[in-house]
Design a protein around this ligand. Structure first.
Ligand SMILES: Cc1ncc(COP(=O)(O)O)c(C=O)c1O
Length: 432
């Protein structure tokens, strides 16, 4: 089909966009190593996958506890399908299936929250709730490394008239100054991640909360990577750090460790109704499809049982062994507490080639480049799962040893053997 002249013009204009140019250039320069947009032809058992006819161990899955493969979770999705059919049939502003209300109640009860509102994804939860919470007399202070979904949401809020400013990553003093610079405001929200998804780091939540409260501001924490896998019963990072949700909106994911689908906003009861009115994706978009809502209760039962500590222990052993093995190789390893372990590579081409090197040895890890991390701060991001077995972890460490032999990589002792010298901290990933 030939594109119309206006369509041609639009495509040309898009190709001048900086991000499009960068991505397309990477694709042209490294067609072999550009492992983006992969198609997985077979999945399972465990974390085995087949891509382009190659058998690989997948270290790029967010299903940290391996619940995507759990027969009980799969069975509840089947049950939901026969009970509710394939879709909701309308925006929830008109009607929701009972499974949706029940899933929200179960989530709230498990988390110890007054109420929870489920949306089709965390991206949509943030895009809806952040602009929904603030107006023309209000302000948003955003961690400079906050997830892209919150940064995009802040653009909408700014277009609607809210004041927006960023503060230095996880820095309470910088937050204090930023909030001061935003004054006067009627209300303010402070947007941070519960776990920074590119580095696996957790922010100093209690300090940030103290600064926020002193400045009459509320925390908005996107805990997508903490939900279901960190904290007691997998309740995430927030309750553990703050002891209560008093001054916090908590956003969680149902499609990472939870292995279902969707995202949610945890809030005090009155906000449940207010957000339903103010959150555009809730009103003008469709919800999570019903079968997945049935599975949420099943996952909560697993998290509340003594199976969760067993799954966590298996996952922790894998994380410890992986970090130990990679650290012994002298590599710059980020993360420790969460199942996300990132190895600093630095140069963009090196990062792509390093990912391809591991791919060729049967291990898929994600090569993460600018703009997900700062320029020349590429990382190999490894996601540990409870259903990775010992041999798979050892195999990945061996593949990294071969990589370190094959390629000059930044080293922990600072004697960067890479073509560009790096300082581990300043190279820290930016946002996911
Ligand atoms: C912190 C954070 N927020 C939001 C998202 C997007 O989540 P979803 O896939 O549910 O839109 C991610 C995805 O990785 C994330 O890491």
């Amino acid at each position: 089909m030939t594109a119309s002249a206006p369509m041609e013009k639009l495509g040309q204009a898009l190709r001048r966009n900086a991000l499009v140019r960068i991505v397309e250039q990477f694709g042209r320069d490294h067609p072999d190593a550009h492992l983006k947009d992969l198609v997985i032809d077979e999945a399972g058992p465990g974390r085995r996958i087949v891509v382009e006819g190659r058998r690989l161990i997948n270290f790029g899955s967010d299903s940290f506890l391996g619940l995507d493969q759990d027969p009980r979770v799969q069975e509840s999705i089947r049950r939901g399908l026969s009970r509710w059919g394939t879709h909701n049939g309308a925006s929830r502003a008109f009607a929701s299936v009972r499974a949706n209300v029940e899933a929200e109640e179960k989530l709230a009860d498990w988390l110890g929250l007054e109420s929870v509102l489920i949306l089709p994804s965390v991206m949509l939860a943030n895009l809806g709730a952040i602009p929904g919470l603030v107006g023309r007399q209000d302000a948003i202070a955003m961690d400079e490394q906050a997830h892209s979904s919150m940064q995009e949401a802040a653009k909408i809020a700014r277009a609607n008239g809210a004041k927006v400013a960023t503060f230095a990553h996880s820095d309470p003093e910088a937050l204090e100054q930023t909030l001061r610079s935003l004054r006067p405001y009627r209300s303010a929200i402070v947007c941070i991640d519960g776990v920074y998804s590119m580095s696996g780091r957790i922010p100093p939540m209690a300090e940030l909360d103290a600064v926020a409260r002193a400045a009459d501001a509320v925390l908005y924490i996107d805990d997508a990577h903490g939900t279901g896998v960190l904290g007691e019963q997998g309740r995430g990072t927030v309750l553990e750090a703050l002891g209560s949700y008093e001054n916090t909106f908590v956003v969680g994911s149902l499609s990472k460790a939870f292995s279902c689908a969707g995202g949610f906003i945890g809030c005090p009861e009155p906000f449940h109704r207010l957000l339903k009115i103010r959150c555009a994706p809730y009103v003008f978009g469709g919800p999570v499809v019903p079968p997945y809502l049935e599975a949420i209760g099943t996952v909560i039962e697993i998290l509340r049982s003594d199976e969760y500590p067993r799954l966590r222990a298996r996952l922790d052993a894998a994380i410890r062994r992986l970090i130990g093995g990679l650290t012994d190789l002298g590599l710059v390893v980020m993360g420790a507490v969460t199942p996300i372990v990132s190895v600093l590579i630095g140069d963009e081409a090196d990062t792509l080639n390093a990912g391809k090197f591991l791919f060729d040895r049967g291990y898929y890890v994600q090569s993460v480049l600018f703009p997900a991390v700062p320029y020349h701060s590429g990382v190999l991001r490894i996601q540990c799962n409870a259903n990775h077995d010992e041999a798979e972890i050892e195999g990945l460490i061996e593949a990294f040893a071969a990589l370190a032999h094959h390629m000059k990589l930044p080293r922990r002792d600072g004697s960067s053997a890479s073509s560009r010298p790096h300082d581990g901290e300043s190279m820290a990933p930016k946002r996911g």
